[in-house]
Design a protein around this ligand. Sequence first.
Ligand code: NAG
Ligand code: NAG
Length: 540
Amino acid sequence: MTAQGTDSPEHCLTHTPSRPSSAGAGAGVLTVLFSVFQPVSHETLEADVEDEGPAQAADSSNPGDGLPQYRLSEIKNHGPKSSRPWVIFEDKVYDITDWIPAHPGGEVILRAAGGSIEPYWDIFAIHKTPYVREILQQFVVGKIHPDDLEDGRPRMNDIEDPFVSDPTRDPRLRQITAKPCNAETAGEDLAEAFLTPNEVFYVRNHMWVPVIEDTAADAHGITIELPDGDVKTYTVHDLKAKFKQYSVTAVLQCSGNRRRDMTEHANKTNGLQWGPGAISCAKWEGVRLRDVLKDAGLPLDDLPEDAQHVQFSGLEAYGASIPIHSALDPRGDVLLAFKMNDLPLPRDHGFPVRVIVPGTVAARCVKWVSKIVVSDEESDTSWQRRDYKCFGPNETRDLDWDKYKSIQEMPITSAITRARKKSADGNHVEVEGYAYSGGGHEIQRVDVSLDGGKTWDQASLVDDSEQDSGSKAWSWKRWRYEGALPTTTEAAAFVVKATDDAYNTQPQCYKSIYNLRGNLATAWHRVEFDPRKEKGCADS
Ligand SMILES: *[C@@H]1O[C@H](CO)[C@@H](O)[C@H](O)[C@H]1NC(C)=O
Ligand SMILES: *[C@@H]1O[C@H](CO)[C@@H](O)[C@H](O)[C@H]1NC(C)=O
């Protein structure tokens, strides 16, 4: 029996997960509006956004009638820096001034001020329910002048694209979504180098890429808030001048890496359908978070009880947290990093500074970090509390998000990244890939099968130790295997699984670890590839 045989694909499902509930009837309008604008990770987007069709044009019974009319050029004056920021939704104008200060994180919506909120609705996976429209009505101040409308809506050309300043990406990246950019590293590039070149390092963005000019990088500030209320700000220049810098090689991996396999082999999953390329490895350089927190006044030897989590916020409004023990572990190598593979961080990867938490899911490695809070609570973002969690295979609806811990250290995984024939007839093959385990666990062994899991041999681990650095095994191991196809095999199926130094290994099939979110899809990686049918010459 093969892994394929036990895991039949299912494609006909329509289930969508429960949404964060809008507050109940007793809750204030402002609270509800905030829950509406709370960004929701793109991970949930595709499956989560029910298509409710085009928004209805204002109907004549709406209190919008008789409202003053504004030209788009006038509305533009009510931008993020104005004392009365406005946003447009459909054909109406809303003054959000009073809403913002009442909502921590509410400044995100300022990004839309002076223009339409609609592009942001898509990013934030907001449901355009009639209820939400009712709430917005509380803030309505006018209508868009008919000369600026086309079919009852502002012209698309007049609506600012939040992604207009995003960097261009290397065409070798395999794009999954364009806005926000989510793109995985191709197998070829995963196999080719221990340190993934910056241009082909996978990109996982939840929103737009913040714009910081090169000349402004050193002045970029990170505010640190301690449990006793003390606040201290360090610029990037301060950090570089004041603290010792360290260099650590570490893998970053999305919790949704290989989600597509889980979808194919188990059942429908919600989120970006990544192949095996939502993982890459780089050398990171920066200062230790531990040193900075100590300097900011956190007593490391006598931690206050309310120092339980370290929360990070990025400039684009993303946020997440890690447990305090992880942040302070002297051998944990948690960095505020400025450099990636000896170069300044590329914009897509957090320029000018990001958090690197080796061995931990990349979702906690906040890019463009601008605020760090030591708190008794986890970050309150949906990315911390709702998105990056796993459920049991039996839990397919009414998910209780508070029940499980957020994903931090990553489980063991491995994948085949390249398979080539080594003899002209294709009976001799070379298979390559990566193996990685979170939490600093080192890969001990990689088992390979060329007949779908019936018989096994071991791959050789590539010695990349010269390029490796850090207190623990934070990097992946590349592996290679050469062998002859079993003559009895009809169609070749290559399978890989790895084992780490704690004897953790990968589950055989996706069904046993199926979760609706499609997180941590770490089952044996399987590739159907028959080199005997490949045309052309052998590689060597
Ligand atoms: C899954 O199993 C757990 C434990 O028995 C139970 O609490 C939960 O309700 C189950 N979920 C579903 C959707 O059946
Ligand atoms: C897939 O999930 C749906 C919805 O949860 C469920 O009804 C269906 O039985 C599942 N299919 C398989 C093959 O497990």
